[in-house]
Ligand binder design. Sequence first.
Ligand SMILES: [Zn+2]
Length: 291
Amino acid sequence: MTVIIDAHVHIFPPEIVLRRAEFCQRDRWFAQLYSNPRVRLATAEHLLASMNEAGIAVSIAAGFPWSDPGLCAYHNEYLAEAAQQSAGRIAWLATVVPHHPQAASEAERCFQRGASGVGELNADAQGFAWDEPEVLEGLVEVCVATRRPILAHVSEPLGHHYAGKGTAWPQRFVRFVERFPDVMVVAAHWGGGLPFYELMPEVAQATKNVHYDSAASTYLYRFRVFRLVVDLVGPQRVLFASDYPVLRQKRFVERVQTEGTLTASELRAVLSENAQRVYGLHLPFVEERHR
Ligand SMILES: [Zn+2]
């Protein structure tokens, strides 16, 4: 039996959920995504209920790409506590303003608190550019030294517009991985289409430490994307991720298993093994249950 891991979800402190209008005033990108009150915000409690319904053992929770380091630290504290109280079911990523002078030290502090990586970083939300990577050097060094990955929001340079899409296009993101080839990276949302360009040898060389997650997949792509990207980059570099609460975990994980046309061993890699390896997860409770 596969221990299913959702490698990219978002949760918020109840205070932010309750006072979202106030936080819309404080952060431009938050307002862009959440000023519509019908767009859902989830807490750790909501997430755990969803995981139980969907049969998901572990979720890797990100916060929000705040442009204020103080809000990042506040959100990180919530994630650390939620993870601590979850008996191993919630892993978490540290949010930092990556070009801020304190980004590296905040990331280190979070790693000591148990964070499995950094992200989801968002260039448009936070005011940096993937194709001007020099300012990210301090943060990258800490991630390389501690072998923690960076989850990056990467989006499509074409197709429909949506709130939060931004301009972190593959042609910009690839400049970052060319500059820092040793850092482990997860490019969210299928890397905005970057897998196709891995058919070019020089791109494949530059992206050898890049993984792709399926966050919000059905909102963007037809379901064939699972089969096609696994064929393009191999089953070891694709991570199942919902972007919950953007997608419902239960329906999405069921569709991946039934419509994804992946073999049993590919499914094990995509649904479980890759996330464990990339994010360095240790799942003693899970191993025990399935021994
Ligand atoms: Zn994203």
